[in-house]
Write a protein that binds this ligand. Structure first.
Ligand code: HMG
Ligand code: MG
Length: 299
């Protein structure tokens, strides 16, 4: 399998990265982060979520963040929407692309969005209708594709079922999330093999968490499977509040370093990215989760 010449990076730091933070982060700091990420050349930034503030308090200010970011031409600024209410709030905030999120495991679906997988898909149907009418693109997520914190192993066939539904409903791309980071390279390849038989591979993305230190290996395994879109998070921030121990998305800096080394085009500038990562880590008062950033700051 030849590697793709280009990869599209979906920056999820301001959403997946920050949603797990217990300490309050100001709107100004979130805006500064998003602007620094677009300055680094990222073409897609997940800025926030329009979910219940009781469930994820950190995302409560998402509308204000959208109001204050410096929108650059050609950059997609997206948000999560769990239901029609979230979709409408997102549109009112000027959001032009949303993401809906389902799970491959029933237990995780219940804990994360308080409903079954099939109920979640039914909830997305009115979002898809409204989005179509309003010309808004919808991305889909499937969580727990390589393991569930409550159920353990997840069959690739189950992932394929949910991914196919999301694609059939009109999601232009489906991102497959190893929410708890237990996946390994072999399992990743098998999973893309099975899902890729149901959804075209150029409509699939990989979303890896580095909890077990496997994210980079899994990402490379996905490249070998012909996947060319990856979600990553600046400074390796992140986790999901409903997946205990799901610390750390794969760091954007580290992914970029890998892709640069392979000669794969992304349009992202590593030096500027490192500055963005440093800024948000200073705000959080925490060392970076990016190995590249750590190595570079030690020089
Ligand atoms: P529920 O409690 O079943 O819903 O929550 P409800 O309809 O009964 O509403 C409960 C309350 O929430 C009501 O308020 C609603 O008005 C309000 P009250 O009457 O109690 O004052 N509400 C809302 N408020 C703001 N925006 C909304 C909204 N909807 C209802 N959109 C619900 C169901 C889906 C709302 C809830 O479970 C929820 O918000 N869940 C979000 C969880 C979440 O954001 N998880 C993290 C993102 S997923 C992830 O990180 C994984 C991913 O990164 C991929 C991977 O890593 O695998 C994507
Ligand atoms: Mg995630």
């Amino acid at each position: 399998m030849t590697l793709p010449q280009q990869v599209r990076l979906v920056e999820v730091g301001p959403r997946d990265g920050l949603q797990n933070e217990a300490q309050p982060i100001s709107v100004a700091d979130k805006v500064r982060l998003v602007d620094a990420l677009s300055d680094a050349g990222l073409g897609y930034i997940e800025v926030g979520s329009f979910v219940s503030p009781k469930w994820v308090p950190q995302m409560a200010g998402s509308a204000e963040v959208f109001a204050q970011i410096r929108r650059q031409p050609g950059v997609t600024y997206a948000a999560l929407a769990p239901n029609l209410r979230g979709f409408e709030d997102a549109v009112a905030a000027g959001v032009k692309e949303v993401a809906v999120f389902a799970a491959a495991s029933e237990s995780f679906s219940q804990r994360n969005i308080n409903c079954s997988i099939s109920d979640s898909l039914a909830r997305f149907a009115p979002i898809m209708d409204a989005a179509k009418r309003q010309g808004i693109r919808v991305r889909g997520y499937v969580s727990c594709v390589l393991g569930c914190p409550y159920e353990g192993d997840v069959a690739p066939e189950q992932v394929a079922l949910v991914a196919r539904e999301l694609y059939a409903m009109g999601c232009y791309e489906v991102s497959l999330g190893d929410t708890i980071g237990t996946g390994t390279a072999g399992a990743t390849r098998r999973m893309f093999d099975v899902v890729g038989a149901q959804v075209p591979r150029d409509k699939l993305a990989g979303h890896f968490h580095d909890t077990y230190g496997q994210a980079m290996a899994n990402l490379y395994a996905s490249l070998l499977e012909g996947i060319a879109v990856f979600d990553s998070s600046i400074a390796g921030l992140g986790g999901c509040p409903y997946a205990k121990g799901a610390s750390g998305n794969v760091a954007t800096e580290d992914v970029l370093y890998l892709l640069n080394g392979l000669g794969i085009e992304t349009g992202v500038d590593l030096e500027r990215l490192l500055v963005a990562g440093q800024q948000i880590c200073t705000v959080l008062g925490r060392p970076t989760g990016s190995r590249v950033a750590k190595a570079r700051s030690a020089v």
